[in-house]
Ligand binder design. Structure first.
Ligand code: NAD
Ligand code: ZN
Length: 381
């Protein structure tokens, strides 16, 4: 049975960013029905990732306003557009900022999750089908963000950016797998691939970095060195298998030299989860020559340039990068959810705050103050 709202415009609450860096405003928006290959989703829980904050601040990113941010979330399918056969009303889904069309060379490759059609595009604020927005206020369009815009009670998403998950999985927990936790975990397990007994440095101990540390623990790394400028992070990080801590502010020499001294020449693997260009360079230069692999995860300033002496590469260090931890969202994410259901993966410890949707700006304050890890925003409260 189709939902009573199928095919109709839905009026609902959304948190609109009218201007860069200004508090979001809860507005009544109109959400158009899903078009071909699109799905309208009722969002139940969403959380805040640093990527939302960067684009809302728009200090180092292209500004696009008014916009509805949000990409880490869980919800239920309300209705589907023409051509959608994989999902139906009532299915539980996690939206993902990077999609999987299942047809292109990337989707067909075992090595890539960079779908040609649906890979992340931070500057596009419209749907790819007709280049229009599905959100409006009194006929004025409001832009989308990374194809997800989950800071709205209802949103329209391309079917290729939705993972269908176990309906028994609690959405207030597994919503954090829709971006940050899967990204960090996959960056270590799928990309850095540390060997048992090895050493791993993690730069940035927010939710993404701590998920990367968790990946190192699961892979059997014996030393996990956490690097952060915020000393509040260190206490929290102990719960995530981080064994040693370095605050670059406590040292006169570059942090890569501090780590080289601690590890007899460098770590076996490093994962950068800060978005800071200097941390990216340090994360590369702190891996051991001969075999070290560094993985970049943080979203950089739009004008950032990565500079290192080519000799650092010739000396047999490898630099890699990843979106979404190399997981294919539709194919792989349901299995990551099962890891939580089987208790192989703990999510509760990443969730440090919860707020009702009406207080979404508090979630921004927590992140800007470096307070806690993930803040779950309850759309129905
Ligand atoms: P967060 O703000 O919770 O954590 C970032 C941490 O990095 C903070 O603890 C901060 O103190 C620390 N930090 C900042 N600059 C540093 C420096 N120079 N040296 C050491 N530590 C430093 O953010 P988060 O939500 O965990 O996201 C982390 C990064 O990952 C962001 O850049 C985000 O945009 C990015 N991200 C990327 C992907 C992807 O698919 N590649 C997905 C999600 C998030
Ligand atoms: Zn994110």
């Amino acid at each position: 049975m189709a939902s009573s709202t199928a095919g109709q415009v839905i009026r609902c609450r959304a948190a609109v960013a009218w201007e860069a860096g200004k508090p979001l405003v809860i507005e009544e928006v109109e959400v158009a029905p899903p078009q071909a290959m699109e799905v309208r989703v009722k969002i139940l829980y969403t959380s805040l990732c640093h990527t939302d904050v960067y684009f809302w601040e728009a200090k180092g990113q292209t500004p696009l306003f008014p916009r509805i941010f949000g990409h880490e979330a869980g919800g239920v399918v309300e209705s589907v557009g023409e051509g959608v056969t994989d999902l139906k009303q009532g299915d539980h889904v996690l939206p993902v900022f990077t999609g999987e069309c299942k047809e292109c060379v990337h989707c067909k490759s075992e090595e890539s999750n960079m779908c040609n059609l649906l890979r992340i595009n931070v500057d596009r604020g419209v749907m790819i089908g007709d280049e229009q927005s599905r959100f409006s206020i009194n006929g004025k369009p409001i832009y989308h963000f990374v194809g997800t815009s989950t800071f709205s009670e209802y949103t329209v998403i391309h079917v290729g950016c939705l993972a269908k998950i176990n309906p028994l999985a609690p959405l207030d927990k597994v919503c954090v797998l829709s971006c940050g936790i899967s990204t960090g975990l996959g960056a270590t397990l799928n990309v850095a691939k540390p060997k048992k007994g090895s050493s791993v440095a993690v730069f940035g101990l927010g939710a993404v970095g701590l998920a990367a540390a968790e990946g190192a623990r699961i892979a059997g790394a014996s030393r996990v060195i956490g690097v952060d400028l915020n000393p509040k992070r260190f206490e929290e990080a102990k719960k995530f298998g981080v064994t040693e801590f370095v605050n670059p502010k406590d040292h006169d020499k570059p942090v890569q030299e501090v780590i080289a001294a601690m590890t007899d020449g460098g770590v076996d693997r490093s994962v950068e989860c800060t978005g800071n260009i200097n941390a990216m360079i340090s994360a590369f230069e702190c891996v051991h020559d001969g075999w070290g692999v560094a993985v970049l995860v943080g979203v950089p300033h739009k004008d950032a340039e990565f500079k290192t002496h080519p000799m650092n590469v010739l000396n047999e260090r490898t630099l890699k990068g990843t979106f979404f931890g190399n997981y294919k969202p539709r194919t792989d994410l349901p299995d990551v959810v099962e890891k939580y259901m089987n208790k192989e993966l703990e999510l509760e410890k990443f969730i440090t705050h919860q707020v009702p949707f009406s207080e979404i700006n508090k979630a921004f304050e927590y992140m800007l103050n470096g307070d806690g890890l993930r803040c779950i925003i309850n759309m129905e409260a």
